[in-house]
Write a protein that binds this ligand. Structure first.
Ligand code: HEM
Length: 157
């Protein structure tokens, strides 16, 4: 079953309700973590779990209520449905509904690599290379103007 990180039973350690994991990550205490392997077992209409944004939801009771139909949820059962969930463009209401079905978090080891700039299409370093080109263009223009001015001055004198 899921791995529970208990609430600091010894009384020592950090007092801010967080514990450090062996992999250097700090995670909230008392949160239930599930591995992908465990989540995959909940892949049927009588037991339907989904991962959305690294959070795990038990949607078994919601299947019949889902305005988009139960099939789409069952198809994705036991797996990561983040992309399909986002592709549909679910409303804020739909996002708030998710909370009722929350059962825990995807285990840190099963999360995909860090997603820097999530929700932002710019790649790291892209904006700095863009500014470099802009500065080069400005410098080239200024040099061009100064040169033309210099040549013009020499011709007229
Ligand atoms: C996992 C939790 C989910 C919840 C709580 C949820 C909730 C909702 C709600 C409330 C709506 C009505 C429209 C809205 O308010 O956005 C909706 C529509 C819809 N959902 Fe979901 N949904 C979930 C997952 C998914 C997934 C994983 C898929 C796709 C594979 C999906 C596909 C759809 C579709 C296609 C509609 C559109 C129905 C229409 O416009 O006719 N939903 N969902």
């Amino acid at each position: 079953m899921g791995e529970e990180i208990n609430d600091n039973p010894s009384g020592s350690g950090p007092a801010d309700n967080t514990v450090a994991e062996g992999n250097g990550q700090t995670v909230e205490a008392g949160v239930q973590y599930y591995t992908l392997e465990e989540i995959r077992l909940h892949n049927m209409s009588t037991d339907t779990w989904l991962i959305i944004h690294d959070k795990v939801y038990d949607l078994t009771c919601f299947l019949e209520e889902h305005p988009g139909g139960e099939e789409v949820l069952i198809e994705q059962a036991g797996s990561d449905a983040t992309e399909s969930f986002e592709d549909v463009g679910h409303s804020t209401d739909a996002r708030e509904m998710l909370m009722q079905y929350y059962v825990g978090e995807l285990h840190m080891d099963d999360r995909s690599e860090q997603k820097p700039n999530e929700g932002n299409d710019a790649k790291p370093g892209e904006s700095s290379s863009w500014t470099t080109w802009l500065i080069l263009a400005i410098v080239a223009t200024v040099v061009g103007i100064v040169y033309r001015f210099y040549v013009f001055e020499h011709k007229s004198s």
